[in-house]
Design a protein around this ligand. Structure first.
Ligand code: SAH
Length: 226
């Protein structure tokens, strides 16, 4: 598993401030999310994964600030609060296999790597996928598999999944992703609505039915392709 390097020390104060901010924002947003606090395992992962390793060199000083940052190709690394929220809504268990759509720089995948057994992640932009795969390997996240392609189709060879997380805003919920959920599995996805985007949790019920719960207004880059 990845380990902090000595250069992490200069981020300690920012890191502690960020963790407090995420916990406070979790409390403020409780009436929307139904969660007063985020999963302690998720919070521990947020504190441990070296976020500054996932942003471009020019953005390193801002890496531990609670906002999204540019990663090139017109794409972003998501805001830490949103990463913590979505990871909590996924309800990750140590034995789970999860799929992520929208690898970007690989940060969300690295958070999940410490929480579940296997992470499969798909990125549309081939160069981002290659960079993320190299970065995750260099940092020691050896339970993550990265693939370039259209994630809206899922990754049937590795499904069905205990959880699926989509980190780009979808025009609608892709049917292939719902099909690749195990009974009891959760799909966490930003979906376009009339006034913007809404984060939605879709649960595949044991009887085969689907339950869908809107959580919070969000702003993600668009899910493209297919
Ligand atoms: N998960 C990232 C955030 C990435 S931003 C993080 O940890 O910070 C969303 C990413 O989704 C972008 O890199 C974009 O290129 C990618 N994307 C957009 N449409 C996609 C699709 N159909 N399949 C896979 N990736 C897609």
């Amino acid at each position: 598993m990845a380990r902090s390097s000595s250069t992490d020390d200069c981020f300690d104060r920012d890191r502690r401030a960020l963790m407090e901010e995420i916990a406070a924002e979790a409390r403020y947003s409780a009436s929307y999310t139904g969660l007063g606090a985020f999963d302690p395992r998720v919070m521990a992962a947020m504190e441990t994964v070296p976020r500054h390793e996932f942003v471009p060199p020019g953005e390193r000083d801002c890496a531990w600030i609670n906002r999204p940052l540019s990663i090139g190709h017109g794409q972003t690394i998501s805001q830490p609060f949103i990463v913590a929220l979505m990871s909590t809504l996924l309800q990750p268990r140590p034995e789970d296999a999860v799929l992520e759509v929208g690898t970007g720089c690989g940060y969300q995948a690295a958070i999940l790597a410490g929480l579940v057994a296997r992470v499969y992640t798909i990125e549309l932009v081939a160069e981002l996928a290659a960079d993320a795969a190299a970065r995750l390997k260099r940092l020691g996240y050896d339970n993550v598999e990265v693939r370039a392609g259209d994630g809206a189709k899922g990754w049937p060879e590795h499904g069905p999944f205990d959880g699926i997380i989509v980190t780009a805003g979808a025009p609608e919920i892709p049917p292939a992703l719902v099909e690749q959920l195990k009974p009891g599995g959760r799909l966490v996805i930003p979906v376009n609505v009339a006034m913007g985007q809404e984060l939605v949790v879709v649960t595949r019920l044991e009887n085969g039915g689907i339950e869908s719960r809107p959580v919070l207004p969000v702003a993600f880059v668009p899910l493209r392709g297919g």
